[in-house]
Design a protein around this ligand. Structure first.
Ligand SMILES: *[C@@H]1O[C@H](CO)[C@@H](O)[C@H](O)[C@H]1NC(C)=O
Ligand SMILES: *[C@@H]1O[C@H](CO)[C@@H](O)[C@H](O)[C@H]1NC(C)=O
Ligand SMILES: *[C@@H]1O[C@H](CO)[C@@H](O)[C@H](O)[C@H]1NC(C)=O
Ligand SMILES: *[C@@H]1O[C@H](CO)[C@@H](O)[C@H](O)[C@H]1NC(C)=O
Length: 528
């Protein structure tokens, strides 16, 4: 039999019972299996109870699928509305109608889906939802309405979703949220409202979300954050305010967020780091604050953030310098990522010193010409990235050259200047290449000590010889007299060859012994 089609207009619900009777009769007559029909372009699995119709050009919901199916995926088709065929699939747990042409959802469309847990309606053209749209979805935990054309959220619109944990309303055109729009969402943990047209934080509406852990509300046009903007969200751990047009944050804007761990403030218009406003967020572990307009990170910029582990500043166009003590209070910092800050050239001495847990430092693509060893203790680091900076390779970077040799997984650094060093890898250069006049100071000290000691010994020897010269002359005469010529062979010089072998140096490396050699061991010059 041909599938029943209700056309583009949803069947009025008056016909519903009639249809149920009709289907029931058909089921009795021909059996469910014969009726179950898999539309072309779909794959229907009666064992797993999954039906997938991707890019099948369906423009209405298929009506004759196995009524026991639990997952129905009709992504990227041309479905325009949700018609009454939906009522046959009361066992559904997962329904994906994303990337279709849905314009509206008739009221009570899902009233039979009491087992549905996930509903994906993202990337459609839905322009409104009402307090009866989601009626019946008692088990729903995930509702995705991202990338639609919603403009407002009316009071009680989600009140029939007591189990909802995640709600995505990102990339819509929402400019108005009524005070009790979020009433009934007592289990909600994650809310996306980013990329909408809100001009102020809907503080009153948010205050009903006592379980909320993550709030993504960036890419709106807030301009300012007033005091207590997020009052009532006592469980919030993640707050994303990126690209929210903020240029002013009031002193107590973040009051009442005792558990906040991650805050994204990047992409705003902050002209100074909001030090005192942030200082109450004592549990904060991650702060993203790039793409703002501040020029310096002053001493103790992140005052009070004792648990901060990660600080990320990417693409701050005005940032020029990081002052000593900027991270004075942030003794738990593990990762700092300051990259693509095109004017950042000065990182003052000992800025990152005294941060015992610091492991990952990325300073890639800034304007750094040189950096002092005293900025941080390089030996504790696991990762260091200073690539893509206009590095001037001279003797001041000898410490870094040595560090790069030791730490094979540090990112390599290419010199930008002076001209004859351009593009050379710092790691491969020598102290001479870097124009260091003397070699390292330890080596110098050893050479000095040896030279001074040798001179002193020589002088002493000469003095002794001079003092006892008469004595020795007499002794020598006696000796010659007594022993005569036959004992002279004991005075044969010790072979230079043997001596060299003992010291592990091949004799050919030595000059031939002078003819009158008297057994003095040659000084192994190479050992100095
Ligand atoms: C749903 O909203 C309408 C107004 O749009 C209102 O009259 C009705 O009482 C609301 N229903 C519930 C259950 O809140
Ligand atoms: C920010 O707002 C406060 C009052 O809330 C005001 O005193 C201050 O001047 C404002 N700052 C800027 C940069 O507009
Ligand atoms: C913070 O916001 C920026 C955009 O300004 C984004 O690129 C980044 O991924 C965000 N970070 C987190 C952890 O959300
Ligand atoms: C770099 O080496 C350290 C050990 O020296 C290691 O713990 C770390 O994971 C390495 N990092 C990468 C990116 O390989």
């Amino acid at each position: 039999m041909a599938p029943v089609c209700f056309g583009r207009y949803a069947a009025p619900f008056a016909y519903k019972s009639l249809m149920v009777v009709l289907i029931a009769l058909l089921l009795l007559g021909s059996g469910a299996a014969a009726l179950a029909n898999c539309p072309s372009g779909c794959s229907c699995n009666d064992d797993t109870l999954v039906v997938v119709c991707q890019e099948s050009r369906l423009d209405v919901l298929p009506i004759a699928l196995n009524p026991s199916i639990q997952r129905l995926i009709i992504r990227n088709n041309k479905i325009k509305t949700i018609d009454s065929s939906m009522q046959f699939y009361a066992e559904l747990q997962h329904l994906d109608l994303s990337q279709n042409h849905l314009v509206n959802i008739p009221t009570k469309s899902f009233s039979y889906q009491r087992k549905l847990q996930e509903l994906h309606l993202n990337s459609n053209k839905i322009s409104s939802v009402s307090n009866s749209t989601f009626q019946g979805l008692n088990s729903l935990t995930v509702l995705n309405l991202k990338r639609n054309l919603l403009e407002e959220l009316t009071n009680g619109v989600f009140a029939t979703l007591p189990r909802l944990e995640e709600l995505n309303l990102g990339q819509n055109r929402i400019s108005r949220i009524e005070p009790t729009a979020f009433a009934g969402l007592s289990a909600l943990r994650i809310l996306y409202l980013d990329d909408n047209q809100l001009s102020s934080v809907p503080t009153t509406s948010f205050s009903l979300l006592g379980s909320l852990a993550e709030l993504h509300v960036g890419l709106n046009a807030f301009s300012i954050l007033p005091d207590d903007a997020f009052a009532g969200l006592n469980r919030l751990t993640v707050l994303d305010l990126n690209g929210a047009g903020l240029f002013n944050i009031s002193e107590n804007a973040f009051r009442g967020l005792p558990g906040l761990r991650s805050l994204n403030l990047s992409g705003n218009r902050l002209s100074v780091v909001p030090t005192s406003q942030l200082s109450g967020l004592t549990r904060l572990e991650e702060l993203y604050i790039g793409q703002n307009d501040f020029i310096t990170l002053e001493s103790n910029s992140f005052h009070g953030l004792k648990n901060l582990k990660l600080l990320e500043i990417i693409g701050a166009p005005q940032l020029e310098r990081i002052e000593k003590g900027a991270f004075e209070d942030n003794v738990n910092l593990e990762t700092v990522t300051f990259i693509i800050n095109k004017k950042l050239s000065v990182i003052e001495d000992s800025t990152l010193l005294g941060l015992p847990k610091l492991k990952h430092v990325s300073l890639r693509d800034n304007a750094i010409v040189s950096i002092s060893e005293t900025v941080f203790i390089g030996k504790e680091l696991k990762q260091l990235d200073l690539s893509d900076n206009p590095i001037f390779c001279d003797c001041q970077l000898l410490w870094l050259q040595e560090l790069l040799k030791d730490k094979s997984n540090f990112t390599q650094i290419q010199c930008a200047a002076p001209e004859h060093m351009k593009d050379k890898y710092l790691k491969l250069l020598t102290a001479d290449d870097l124009g260091c006049v003397h070699h390292d100071t330890r080596q110098q000290t050893i050479i000095c000590v040896v030279v001074v000691a040798s001179v002193a010994m020589l002088v002493t020897l000469v003095l002794i010889l001079y003092r006892y010269r008469k004595n020795m002359q007499e002794k020598l005469k006696d000796y010659k007299w007594n022993k005569g010529r036959k004992n002279l062979e004991y005075h044969k010089p010790i072979s230079t060859e043997e001596d060299c072998i003992v010291r592990g140096i091949h004799p050919s490396q030595y000059p031939a012994p002078p003819a009158h050699s008297t057994g003095l061991r040659p000084i192994p010059v190479t050992e100095l």
